[in-house]
Write a protein that binds this ligand. Structure first.
Ligand code: ZN
Length: 257
């Protein structure tokens, strides 16, 4: 099984990453994508891909880290440099987050636009972080001229209408353990409505541990089977069939071999 989005470089995971990777493998999670959230963080993630079989990385600047990111040339240079590594399977995570007005949205827009520029010259897929900014994120993606099918909206937590707007563009949609929470009925309905060939699963660890382990911190890739089990259940699908479908999507989308 594949965890399509985790942060092995974050302190609670990195300080015992040997055990985290071993526990994942023990749970049948043999591959995981450690998503970069700043240029420096992405380099650490690339280092992990050299140490562990089945660990992949991405290179991008998360909107939370937009403020200190003022050098377009450096963003373009590092994204292009790291994206040349075959174990760097995507650009991102990038996008907009309006949940907090920090960093200011203008900084987030600027850094997102730079990364779309960098990604346009590449062929790798793009991981989108979107929180309460669906219209604007879709607008910027549309303006970029990059085909919608190159994007995944990670940790989808939006409404049914937002889901429809995203699916309309051809993008993939990925769900975390949030879908398993008891107050996430509408989100579970969204997970049923996504066409199976457009769906992926992830932990976003160290955050968002799925039920029945919600209180366990930090989250780890070893818990992604619980996201699979939950969505397979609400879709009325056999769990094994569900996992092979979403893993097939992941291999195709990220070009994993
Ligand atoms: Zn993330």
């Amino acid at each position: 099984m594949i965890d399509t989005h985790c942060h092995l470089t974050y302190k609670p995971l990195l300080e015992r990453v040997d055990a985290v990777v071993a526990r994942a493998r023990g749970a049948g999670v043999d591959r995981m994508i450690s998503v970069g959230t700043s240029l420096d963080d992405a380099r650490v993630a690339v280092g992990l891909t050299e140490r562990y079989e089945g660990v992949y990385a991405t290179v991008g600047v998360h909107p939370h880290y937009a403020q200190g990111c003022n050098d377009r040339g450096r963003v373009m240079g590092v994204v292009h440099e790291l994206a040349g590594d075959p174990r760097v399977v995507a650009v991102g995570e990038m996008g907009l987050d309006k949940h907090y007005n920090d960093p200011p949205i203008e900084d987030q827009r600027r850094v997102f636009a730079w990364q779309l520029d960098a990604a346009r010259e590449l062929t790798k897929p793009i991981v989108i972080h979107n929180r309460q900014a669906t219209d604007e994120v879709l607008g910027m993606i549309g303006d970029s001229g990059i085909g919608g099918e190159r994007f995944v909206f990670h940790c989808f937590t939006g409404s049914g209408a937002e889901l429809d707007a995203i699916l309309e563009t051809g993008a993939m949609v990925s769900f975390t353990g949030v879908v398993t929470f008891k107050n996430s009925k509408a989100l579970a309905e969204c997970a049923v409505r996504v066409p199976i060939e457009r769906l992926m699963i992830e932990t976003d660890s160290p955050y968002l541990t799925p039920e029945p382990y919600r209180k366990v911190r930090p989250n780890e890739p070893c818990y992604v089977p619980w996201v699979a089990k939950f969505i397979a259940g609400v879709r009325g699908m056999d769990e094994g069939e569900f996992v092979s479908a979403v893993d097939g999507n992941t291999e195709r989308f990220f070009g994993l071999v």
